[in-house]
Ligand binder design. Structure first.
Ligand code: SF4
Ligand code: SF4
Length: 104
């Protein structure tokens, strides 16, 4: 097990509501999505890797994903991409690797 739990990279399980809110703001502040070719101007909240942001209602076409260049991606050792369309880090991790995932 690394520094962060395999699925719960943001350590949400152990946080209070106020702490979760604070971390959400931190993720949004450092998020690089607004500079990404996939991003649709005005869509909010950004920080799609964080579960409380939710998947975008406006972004439908996946182009490049620049999450790999984002400080949040590195800090929390994220492993997925296209969070705006495919759902958050924990959501994609559980879908692909979780006990109820498709098992590959
Ligand atoms: S990893 Fe991607 S979605 Fe998450 S904050 Fe960075 S740019 Fe935004
Ligand atoms: S999640 Fe990735 S693909 Fe979506 S807007 Fe952010 S950087 Fe671009």
């Amino acid at each position: 097990m690394g520094k962060y739990d395999r699925f719960d990279k943001f350590d949400l399980e152990k946080m209070t509501e106020a702490e979760t809110q604070k971390k959400h703001e931190y993720v949004i502040k450092n998020c690089k999505c607004q500079g990404c070719p996939t991003y649709v101007q005005g869509d909010a909240p950004i920080g799609y890797c964080f579960p409380m942001s939710g998947t975008s209602k406006n972004i439908q076409w996946e182009k490049d994903c620049i999450c790999g260049t984002c400080p949040i991606y590195k800090e929390y050792e994220l492993t997925h991409t296209h969070y705006c369309t495919r759902c958050s880090q924990i959501c994609q991790a559980l879908k692909e690797e979780g006990p109820w995932g498709i098992g590959h």
